[in-house]
Write a protein that binds this ligand. Sequence first.
Ligand code: NAD
Length: 266
Amino acid sequence: MARLTNKVAVITGGANGIGRSIAEAMAAEGASIAIGDIADDAGAETVAAIEASGARAVYRPCDVANGADIKALIEAAIAEFGRLDILVNNAAVAIGGMPVHEMTDAQWDRLIATNLSSVFHGCKHALPHMIAAKSGSIINMASAQGHVGLDGWTAYAGAKGAIMSMTRQMAVEFGKHNVRVNSISPGTIATPMNEKVVADLGEHVAKAWVLMHPIGRIGKPEEVAEAAVYLASDLAGFTTGIDLRVDGGLTATPRFLPDLFKPDDA
Ligand SMILES: NC(=O)c1ccc[n+]([C@@H]2O[C@H](COP(=O)([O-])OP(=O)(O)OC[C@H]3O[C@@H](n4cnc5c(N)ncnc54)[C@H](O)[C@@H]3O)[C@@H](O)[C@H]2O)c1
């Protein structure tokens, strides 16, 4: 039996990568999907693919750095589908190579607005509906990077660490309303985000990623999506306040070594 029948999910950053996989996997389990993203063409394409599979989906342009956009996305989902059961705060940008003392205030502010304040805004606007319904599942996308360190990633990792802390906090705060709040920490996953990192930094990074994961490869977006489906479903009804690591063992090892990221001839 489908695990998300009659549920409605809002997914930020659902046009590409992990977010798209989550949207497709939740739709396949019976959910109706509202996607917010800044990649309008890819968003429309994702909606078309979900509709072609027989499920319902809508796309709405939404810059998650802007709280008003997120509010409008959630209101649009409720106007279209009549309820809200699942919020996946997934959209983020991966920007590394920025030692703290070289980061501009503008770079910091933009990253925190996109990767962290977005989670606050998503929760702030979804929670009143979930509290009224006495039911809801919020899934925040954290990262292995929130558990371990890497040169130049303080802002990104800081946002992810804060997301995990906020997740625990909100799980405690809203458990009495039967609203569950969990996060997922993926390891390195094959998505457009990482294709860009390799294009920017070099192939040696892709080789290092494989070495870092005890499972011997990087992950697939569908493997993160499966975790999200579980956390969203009633099967996870007693699971709240956790961070689910979908990381091929990355954070279980001391292999997360910055030296691996140097080119062979360095
Ligand atoms: N790919 C990985 O290895 C990895 C690892 C750990 C955590 N994550 C996290 O998983 C999530 C998804 O990552 P991904 O690899 O699928 O990324 P991606 O870049 O492949 O896709 C991200 C999506 O978010 C959208 N987006 C970017 N900025 C936005 C904004 N301001 N407003 C709305 N949408 C915006 C993009 O258009 C895109 O559709 C992120 O939170 C990321 O930090 C990814």
